[in-house]
Design a protein around this ligand. Sequence first.
Ligand SMILES: *[C@@H]1O[C@H](CO)[C@@H](O)[C@H](O)[C@H]1NC(C)=O
Ligand SMILES: *[C@@H]1O[C@H](CO)[C@@H](O)[C@H](O)[C@H]1NC(C)=O
Ligand SMILES: *[C@@H]1O[C@H](CO)[C@@H](O)[C@H](O)[C@H]1NC(C)=O
Ligand SMILES: *[C@@H]1O[C@H](CO)[C@@H](O)[C@H](O)[C@H]1NC(C)=O
Ligand SMILES: *[C@@H]1O[C@H](CO)[C@@H](O)[C@H](O)[C@H]1NC(C)=O
Ligand SMILES: *[C@@H]1O[C@H](CO)[C@@H](O)[C@H](O)[C@H]1NC(C)=O
Ligand SMILES: *[C@@H]1O[C@H](CO)[C@@H](O)[C@H](O)[C@H]1NC(C)=O
Ligand SMILES: *[C@@H]1O[C@H](CO)[C@@H](O)[C@H](O)[C@H]1NC(C)=O
Ligand SMILES: *[C@@H]1O[C@H](CO)[C@@H](O)[C@H](O)[C@H]1NC(C)=O
Ligand SMILES: *[C@@H]1O[C@H](CO)[C@@H](O)[C@H](O)[C@H]1NC(C)=O
Ligand SMILES: *[C@@H]1O[C@H](CO)[C@@H](O)[C@H](O)[C@H]1NC(C)=O
Length: 522
Amino acid sequence: MASNQNLHNIIFLLIFSCLLTFFAEARDTLKAGDSLNSSSYLVSSKGAFTLGFFHPCINTNNSYLGIWFTNDQKKRVWVGNRNASVVNTAVLTLETTGSLKIMAQGVDAVTLSPAQVTNYNSTNTISATLLDSGNFVLQELNSNGTLIRVLWQSFDKPTDSLLPEMKLGINHKNRSAWSLTSWLNDLIPAPGPFSLEWDPKGHQMIIRRHGVEFWTSGVLKGDTFEFISDKSKGMYNFSVVSNEDEEYLSYTNMKQGGQSAWFLSFGGKLLSFDGSYVAETENCNGYNTDGGCKRWLPSCRHHDDMFDKRSGYFIHGQDHTYSDTNTSHTLNDCKVACWNQCDCDAYTSLYDNQTGCKFWINKGEFFHDLSGAIPPIYVLIPKPSQFGGQSAWFLSFGGKLLSFDGSYVAETENCNGYNTDGGCKRWLPSCRRHDDMFDKRSGYFIHGPDHTSLDTNTSHTLNDCKVACWNQCGCDAYTSLYDNQTGCKFWINKGEFFHDLSGAIPPIYVLIPKPSQFALNS
Ligand SMILES: *[C@@H]1O[C@H](CO)[C@@H](O)[C@H](O)[C@H]1NC(C)=O
Ligand SMILES: *[C@@H]1O[C@H](CO)[C@@H](O)[C@H](O)[C@H]1NC(C)=O
Ligand SMILES: *[C@@H]1O[C@H](CO)[C@@H](O)[C@H](O)[C@H]1NC(C)=O
Ligand SMILES: *[C@@H]1O[C@H](CO)[C@@H](O)[C@H](O)[C@H]1NC(C)=O
Ligand SMILES: *[C@@H]1O[C@H](CO)[C@@H](O)[C@H](O)[C@H]1NC(C)=O
Ligand SMILES: *[C@@H]1O[C@H](CO)[C@@H](O)[C@H](O)[C@H]1NC(C)=O
Ligand SMILES: *[C@@H]1O[C@H](CO)[C@@H](O)[C@H](O)[C@H]1NC(C)=O
Ligand SMILES: *[C@@H]1O[C@H](CO)[C@@H](O)[C@H](O)[C@H]1NC(C)=O
Ligand SMILES: *[C@@H]1O[C@H](CO)[C@@H](O)[C@H](O)[C@H]1NC(C)=O
Ligand SMILES: *[C@@H]1O[C@H](CO)[C@@H](O)[C@H](O)[C@H]1NC(C)=O
Ligand SMILES: *[C@@H]1O[C@H](CO)[C@@H](O)[C@H](O)[C@H]1NC(C)=O
């Protein structure tokens, strides 16, 4: 106990003396000609925020310029060079021209603000100050210290965090947007799949995944949004500004004041730094529409549908086919086009060299001929069990024309299989249930050797792996492929998973189906 106490004292003294030296050196302003190296910092005048270089993970030399809450370096609210990490030796420099740059050996300088001031000899001064709001502002001042103009500010270049006084919206003067983009994952600040923006016409916040609507807040009514978390309702004072120069949303936290911050996680959740949700999007699986979730799966397909290569023919009526003669299109393009076109039942390549596409439209039942005499095509196989028997084959309702103009667009797609208005029928089942979920578990699949597939695309994050696994009915588990949490590894058609609690096996994300579904199937 005594030695424990001593240890605590020593640790406390160490931290305290670190803080002392830290604040002793701290300044809040860079003047023209100054630079900030990797071991020096700016601290805002009341100490709320710190600006400096940081490493997102310990075992790399990659370093980024960032702003964080002084009391917690993990609460990073801004990254200056998210697309371009630099090595340890980087410096931030401010020149008399107003040029603000991150310079490092061996790589191109990252320009935050270009040179804008030409009258170098004037008595005006250039300085960059970290404010207690968290804004880093580059300004030109008169000799008496009054502001002439703001040359650049970090609040105009948001990354994944929104602080009080920051704007979310559109600047009409230079047609730029104030929006958030998530990190790629928690180690890589590069732009990730999710973005948060303000929709001034709809008076709502929108989270997009790869540009596609993923969640909306609902309209701002009174002082809150319908779909933000209950805890967030009543916590924030939102204000909307709309004039010919700019349209934006901003907020203040009525309880925490300036210590508040929102950030958009790489998994698409909007969180407050106090750990609470602003938008809990965990349930947005592209299929459900409650709680502000948006549908982003192809509207007429469900998770269980898949294409299978089969020989045979469609039983009813003559072939109604459509050809795409674009020889830039490959078999995969045909698949995507057929998947996105609600009436499409099958596809194959048009030409012998496997370019172009041929589609079968609105065909219904397919006779699977095993004679081997008919060349195979790729036929959509919906999940039969949900309908019981043959009716499962009749996928399409209402005759629509296929329109093809480089991309496939369903011309009059109102019956999406989920809505029931205007005579539409609800007909889409799913191989994934609302209650299915992935759980992070250590262990292994019991049956047979690993059948895994790899996705080596380093733009893909854990969230992309999750979505891909979710959309592929045979997929039982996923995890990242590389140490930096990019790429994907999938376990396919594996069945039972043995949950090993020894701690010896690195965990992966395993699909845990809703128990009743299991019971039904077995
Ligand atoms: C960084 O700058 C500080 C003061 O500005 C200086 O004391 C320190 O030696 C510099 N460190 C390096 C590695 O250059
Ligand atoms: C970081 O830099 C040091 C010194 O240059 C080098 O020895 C080390 O291997 C580097 N680490 C990584 C992960 O690149
Ligand atoms: C980062 O790169 C992406 C695409 O690679 C680009 O759209 C974005 O504007 C870049 N962001 C910055 C801050 O340079
Ligand atoms: C100072 O700048 C002005 C332009 O702003 C220029 O006309 C003048 O010649 C400059 N004076 C000197 C001494 O460089
Ligand atoms: C500061 O200087 C500018 C230009 O020199 C002048 O217009 C302004 O009135 C001064 N402000 C104060 C508070 O002295
Ligand atoms: C747009 O203009 C505002 C001031 O009107 C400025 O602060 C901002 O940096 C500009 N944004 C871009 C992308 O140029
Ligand atoms: C909300 O903000 C507005 C303007 O920023 C202010 O007038 C109002 O008093 C604030 N309301 C609360 C409850 O703090
Ligand atoms: C063929 O497809 C490619 C890729 O989708 C597209 O860029 C091109 O414009 C198309 N050509 C014609 C003639 O439609
Ligand atoms: C594939 O075949 C089509 C039709 O015969 C032809 O127009 C096209 O140039 C061929 N493409 C390639 C890459 O050979
Ligand atoms: C990697 O994934 C991104 C995002 O899904 C995609 O835009 C890109 O084309 C992919 N790259 C390759 C080589 O497939
Ligand atoms: C992540 O790791 C992979 C494989 O090591 C590498 O190819 C990729 O460039 C890395 N991505 C980033 C952003 O560091």
